[in-house]
Design a binder for this molecule. Sequence first.
Ligand code: PNW
Length: 446
Amino acid sequence: MSTFDPGFLWGAATSSYQIEGAVTEDGRGPSIWDTFAATPGAVRGGDTGAVAADHYHRFPGDVALMAELGLRAYRFSLAWPRIQPTGSGPANQRGLDFYRRLTDTLLDHGIQPWPTLYHWDLPQPLEDAGGWPVRDTAERFAEYAALTHEALGDRVTHWTTLNEPWCSAFLGYGTGRHAPGRREPAAAVRAAHHLLLGHGLAAEALRDSARVGITLNLTHVTPLSADPADLDAARRIDGMQNRLFLDPLLRGSYPVDVLADLHEVTAFGHVHDGDLKRIGALPDHLGINYYAPMLVAGGTTPAQSAYVGSPLVRIADGGRPRTAMGWEIDERGLLELLLRLRADYPAVPLYITENGAAFDDVMERDGVHDTDRIAYLDGHLRSCARAIGHGVPLRGYFVWSLLDNFEWSFGYGPRFGIVHVDYATQRRTPKDSAHWYAEVIRRGGL
Ligand code: PNW
């Protein structure tokens, strides 16, 4: 007996800049990731998304492959600079046509399209005007959402506004490890708010005829010990990684302890009256990207980190095996996270919109024998099943990723795909995990 009900949505995920390539075709404008990847030292090996997995040209074959695997849904993102090359003004029809063809092909194969409006490829002109730290970017985002909805609304039932605003804000404007590569703590906090506001405004533009959600990268945080410094570190990291986003979205307010932690960084003067009401209109679903838990401790030497306002925290070693990203493998964190969401927040339908593991060429025998990935996915799906058994409203699961792809500042080294991509020939080969996942879907569970 499987705990997954027959309507459980089984899918796989990708994002535009990581797989499409064709960055100058059909009127696409430059995004902050084109600019960032071209900056010496920003991406390992000088890799860029200029060609990536060439999905822009190969999407019909890729969709046929999804159908062979039996996927019920495909989560992908729309490249804003294909649709509005400069980030504002009328829609570029050739850009929209690509997504019309993609969604039509998916629907022809019985696969539900799950588009995300923003997976990090901000049109460069909007960054030149200040980027997410500037309020106007949220307004531009809502306009883009409305244009896109007009063009694709007849084909799409479930929209996601943003992917992982934490990364956009704190890796993009805090540590500078992601585009646009700025290291300005106060700007990062403003960016987080304007991303949330952009979500709220976009949701208003989409909601009349569709379901609208947002995807967060959440984790389960544990203190290293019961030492007060470790407990405080755990509270802070949970605050910045989880509650800074969950609370405004699901409770309509920022967590007061996090505002206090950030007091030295910014006084939150950028939050206008009425913003939290718009942000806090409950989403129709919440997407969760989960990869690893975090074990944290209080530190003594201040360190520059993504956790703005909390320089005295450090990430401890949990002693578990790690993936090629250096992330510890522990599926118990996913179960704890899901139970915590049920306990602390209103019950909105949940979807795991990303979960998966990266290995490199050495770890994956002949590129396709990925036993470790199967073990990772199996363990995490067991956590999902247990959470459902405890009454968590989990409605679907998307593997990250369908294809090996451009892993941001790590370039093409780490491979997350259940399908291997030979970048020299663009040949796709399903790995053992793809066959295993197809069987899970066919059986409707483990
Ligand atoms: C997510 N971190 O990114 C993204 O949504 C995907 O595009 C990406 O490929 C995937 O996870 C694997 O990395 C993250 O440093 C990138 O904490 C970095 C972090 C978290 C998520």
